[in-house]
Write a protein that binds this ligand. Structure first.
Ligand SMILES: Nc1nc2c(ncn2[C@@H]2O[C@H](COP(=O)(O)OP(=O)(O)OP(=O)(O)O)[C@@H](O)[C@H]2O)c(=O)[nH]1
Ligand SMILES: [Mg+2]
Ligand SMILES: [Zn+2]
Length: 364
């Protein structure tokens, strides 16, 4: 690989990060190189690492120092991102597909709400998919679909076993852009990709234990082409999505609130819609209780951070030891992959130990 620095910089080869592997990433080049090479295993230039810029699957990058013989190179530039899903980390997302099973594991509306909140933080369209429709009577499937439609999410009910709903899903995923499939472990995210593209032959595994939880079969985010210009990301399942760090961000992440605020504005500009007299959002919507639970969770988290002195003193600044540093653009912030790995590992340990009966912790 070429040395860093050097004389006149060679033109960068543009490409897309399709997978990460330890300290390397796989880049799919926009234009094939000599002998038709399209995928390069790349390191990351130290100046990118020093600027704190994490590379995510879905990032558009510029590669230099290419050794065509061994199909290796180095990522030297990172293009600005349009939409970032924080966990699982995927950049330039244009559609977030939240998949939850109707059974095995049982559908938990609060957990689903937390996935929807995470999906909404991208600012991109969200498609809800109910998997394993073969495990419930049709009337119950329909009841779930009506219920979430009232939340603002028309859902697709699918079954890979019965090949039900797959063509509708294929159409949705074949739109140009990058669709990311996320949801709890064991709901059948990878199975549905296999059903759409049998040639992928991705690994899936049966759910296990009393609670029929997933076994964290998919370990890495990876992009697959589904149609011209349409990529789909399979992601590792996890069970407890985090909530935003600021209570004021929460209302806009609920379609029910957005819809009510579009029709009339609230009397209070900083209203958190907790049933105050005169609040236009009110409490007469199904998820209001979970909205309040999430809000309380975020507030507890903020209080805990303030007590421990780990809360940023001012927006735009963050505490590092006893220093305050400018907060990086959240789009480019170094997300703590290690923390996410630890959490996934912890979750799989908990599940191995027969799973716990406690509901997801609203404080994240
Ligand atoms: N009954 C039923 N089971 C299904 C269906 N689709 C997938 N499964 C089963 O669900 C289990 C988990 O499937 P996976 O595709 O590995 O689940 P995943 O969401 O990718 O799980 P992680 O990779 O751990 O996040 C497997 O045993 C599948 O056979 C379905 O439509 N109906
Ligand atoms: Mg999987
Ligand atoms: Zn209000």
């Amino acid at each position: 690989m070429a040395a860093e620095g050097g004389a006149a910089p060679a033109a960068l080869q543009p490409g897309l990060v399709v997978a990460l592997q330890a300290n390397y990433c796989w880049v799919l080049l926009d234009r094939p190189g000599p002998a038709g090479a399209t995928r390069l295993l790349c390191t990351r230039r130290t100046r990118l690492a020093k600027s704190g810029q994490m590379i995510c699957v879905g990032d558009r990058v510029g590669v230099d120092g290419i050794d065509w013989g061994s199909a290796r190179g180095a990522v030297a530039a990172l293009e600005p991102r349009a939409g970032l899903l924080e966990r699982p980390a995927v950049a330039n997302v244009s559609l977030v597909v939240v998949v939850v099973a109707l059974a095995e594991p049982a559908l938990d509306p609060l957990q689903l709400t937390r996935f929807l909140i995470t999906a909404e933080t991208t600012g991109q369209p969200v498609q809800l998919v109910f998997s394993k429709a073969d495990l419930l009577p049709a009337a119950e499937v329909e009841a779930w679909c009506r219920r979430v439609s009232d939340w603002g999410y028309p859902a697709l009910a699918i079954s890979t076993h019965r090949r039900q709903g797959l063509e509708e899903l294929r159409q949705r995923l074949s739109q140009p852009g990058l669709a990311v499939i996320c949801g709890p472990s064991g709901v059948g995210k990878t199975s549905l990709l296999n059903a759409l593209c049998p040639e992928l032959g991705l690994r899936v595994a049966a759910v296990s234990g009393r609670l029929q939880r997933g076994r964290h079969t998919t370990r890495h985010v990876e992009l697959f082409p589904l149609a011209p210009g349409a990529l789909v990301a399979d992601t590792p399942g996890f069970n407890r999505p985090e909530l935003p760090g600021d209570p004021a961000l929460l209302p806009a992440l609920f379609p029910e609130v957005r819809q009510r605020l579009a029709a009339a504005s609230c009397r209070f500009s900083d209203c958190l819609h907790q049933g105050e007299p005169g609040c236009v959002v009110g409490c007469d919507w199904e998820r209001h209780g979970w909205y309040s639970t999430c809000l309380a969770g975020i507030r507890d988290h903020v209080e805990r951070q303030e007590r421990l002195g780990t809360r940023p003193a001012q927006p735009g600044l963050r505490r590092r030891g006893d220093r305050l540093e400018p907060r990086l653009d959240p789009q480019l912030r170094q997300a703590s992959r290690r923390r996410q790995r630890q959490q996934a590992w912890q979750e799989s340990r908990e599940e191995e130990q027969l799973g716990s009966l406690s509901p997801p912790d609203p404080a994240g």
